[in-house]
Design a protein around this ligand. Structure first.
Ligand SMILES: NC(=O)CC[C@H](N)C(=O)O
Length: 232
């Protein structure tokens, strides 16, 4: 797996994403700076990490989406490369139009930094093929603007991959940390090669950190890539 971790000014989860991709999963991983460009075939996976790109000025992701590197990311996405947007990366992907919807301020206007439970709504994607359908997993969140909203809800219903839930997998208002419509935590594009999610799978990829639930997302991609011809 040839993996790129894109670094914007203000990224702060780039080292975590790099560590997990390179040392936990063993991917052939390199950083790509926001001013750089690359060929659409250079990587199998591009990670847009969490953080506060360009200080979250205007709106999170609104400036990063105009970074030179984003031309390469968009081309690679069109070419079928896997693109994973984590938290601020998800915000950038919506701003760039690679994923539908927007991330608004959290409903209670507070920054939320804690673990959440998520229900895997689809395991027929390259990012989730090693999870069970309906599996409940635990991941960390750390964001002020994770309140997912989309005007045309019907267009997104079958693109929802993760939803906030309680530990029994029930989708409740109490389990929703930010006011996201339908408790949506992560969505995928039509071609199923671009995924964005607010929780941080890279923060729960090793036993020492208390959970390995996020590791399966990266393992799913490796598994899928190796068996591209086999349907998950
Ligand atoms: N962890 C992150 O990526 C932070 C996301 C974002 N900038 C926010 O606070 O909404």
């Amino acid at each position: 797996m040839r993996c790129a971790v894109v670094v914007f000014p203000g990224s702060n989860c780039d080292a975590d994403a790099f560590h997990v991709a390179k040392y936990v999963l063993g991917f052939d991983t390199q950083y790509v700076f926001h001013k750089e460009s690359f060929h659409p075939d250079d990587f199998d996976l591009i990670i847009l990490p969490g953080g506060f790109s360009y200080g979250d000025y205007l709106r999170p992701g609104a400036i990063a989406r105009f970074s030179p590197v984003m031309n390469s990311v968009v081309q690679a996405a069109k070419n079928g490369c896997f693109v994973l947007g984590i938290c601020n990366g998800f915000q950038i992907l919506t701003e760039a139009g690679l994923l539908k919807g927007v991330l608004l301020r959290n409903k209670d206007l507070r920054f939320h930094c804690h673990d959440v439970y998520l229900r895997v709504e689809r395991n027929d994607t390259p990012f989730t093929c090693l999870y069970k359908q309906g599996e409940v997993v635990r991941m960390s969140i750390a964001h002020g603007e994770g309140n997912y909203y989309v005007d045309d809800l019907s267009s997104i219903l079958d693109k929802v991959v993760f939803r906030y839930c309680d530990k029994y997998g029930r989708i409740t208002q109490e389990a929703n940390p930010n006011g996201s419509v339908l408790n949506i935590a992560g969505v995928i594009n039509d071609s199923m090669n671009v995924l964005g999610l607010m929780p941080h799978p890279e923060r729960c990829a090793e036993e020492i950190l208390g959970s390995t639930d996020g590791r399966k997302l990266f393992e799913s991609l490796a598994y899928y890539l190796e068996r591209r011809k086999v349907r998950c």
